[in-house]
Design a protein around this ligand. Structure first.
Ligand code: UT7
Length: 332
């Protein structure tokens, strides 16, 4: 089933944090054999944020969480669960969520990370809403946070120009007035394509060794054009079915909040659905691909800018390593 049943779930607040340092396409021209023109026309990216040397993912996650709690007028003790969507945890364990929970002094909360590629955002949102709808939790802090730039091979132009750092958070809770904001969700995976986006080194399959580091296996590797083709093939039909199962026509969707991986992907998926690209929220130009943080960043900025308004029907869509993909419909 796609539609949430049980208690109505409200969006109670949101917030973001992005590091101060900006790296432009022109900066990258001095680092690898690339050009502003190539990056801009192939991806839509103009600049991205880079975490400071001493900043880790839990720092970004914490700062976004503080903003989201502030906007929800909520104290950390009220939170029952902290869920962090990330593919770039500070360490494999402890989780980023546990560190954030500790730092916030969210003394009544559990904590867990979700790692499902860039789709972790939509997975985390869905798990949080499911936990609230089914009465397990009353209030959940959901965060998408990434420091991808510390896991890039800065000599590989095919990947290093794409990614950036950032974090976004939402507070979801059982609705105080019966209004349901989280309507439906669908989460998918095609694990036969697990070789398309990988970070192979440093763990069980390929433990740390000098050879592993020399081969740069501790950095992100991506078969970019195969990902591009996979997403274009799978997403249009998936989104059509998702809308149908959510009792919604494509025209009824006010805003599409896609994972900001590539402007051309967003444009071509929407074209296949016969939806104008003007209905997509876009901020890839400013932040690049921030993986599990991207839909949170795009949503919060659109809300603050007054683009997304009360009553709007917003579909969050993501895709990434796995290959996973998914969508969640919210009515704001
Ligand atoms: O967040 C997870 C999901 N990830 C994605 O959604 C990424 C999906 N894939 C993409 O967005 C695109 O495939 C890329 C942006 C990664 C690449 O764009 P493309 O149009 O598929 O380019 P390509 O990989 O087919 O490469 C075209 C050419 C190649 O040169 P030749 O072989 O035609 O001479 C590349 O070597 O572009 C070259 N190239 C570059 N040139 C300048 C690749 N990277 C660069 C670069 N600067 N940074």
């Amino acid at each position: 089933m796609t539609i949430f049943k049980g208690r109505p779930v409200s969006l109670l607040g949101s917030g973001i944090y992005v590091p101060e340092k900006v790296l432009t396409n022109y900066d990258l021209e001095k680092m690898v054999d690339t050009s502003d023109e190539w990056i801009r026309t192939r991806t839509g990216i103009v600049e991205r944020r880079i975490a400071a040397e001493d900043q880790v993912t839990s720092d970004l996650a914490y700062l976004a969480a503080v903003e989201a709690l502030k906007s929800a007028s909520m104290s950390p003790e009220e939170i029952d669960m902290v869920i962090v969507a990330t593919n770039t945890p500070d360490t494999i364990f402890p989780s980023v969520a546990a560190k954030v929970q500790g730092r916030l002094e969210a003394i009544n909360a559990g904590a867990s990370d979700i790692q499902s590629g860039c789709t972790s955002s939509v997975y985390a949102l869905s798990f949080a809403a499911a936990g609230i709808a089914s009465s397990i939790w009353d209030k959940v802090l959901v965060i998408g946070a990434e420091v991808l730039t510390k896991l890039l091979n800065w000599e590989d132009r095919a990947t290093c120009v794409l990614f950036g750092d950032g974090a976004g958070a939402m507070v979801l809770g059982v609705s105080p007035d019966g209004k349901n904001n989280v309507i439906s969700t669908s989460l998918k995976s095609d694990g036969t394509k697990s070789d398309l986006i990988i970070l192979p080194g440093g763990l069980v399959e390929c433990p740390a060794s000098v050879e592993m580091i020399q081969k740069k296996l501790h950095t992100i590797h991506m078969k970019g054009s195969e990902v591009f083709k996979f997403v274009n093939k799978v997403l249009p039909l998936f989104l059509e079915q998702f809308c149908e199962e959510s009792d919604l026509s494509l025209d009824d969707v006010t805003w599409w909040i896609f994972h900001q991986a590539n402007y051309r992907i967003i444009e071509s998926v929407l074209r296949r659905l016969d939806v104008p690209v003007e209905r997509a929220i876009l901020n890839i130009d400013k932040y690049g691909n921030t993986s599990a943080a991207s839909v949170f960043l795009a949503f919060h900025e659109a809300l603050v800018d007054g683009k997304v308004k009360k009553g709007d029907k917003v579909i969050f869509v993501s895709f990434g390593s796995g290959m996973t993909y998914g969508a969640t419909l919210m009515e704001i």
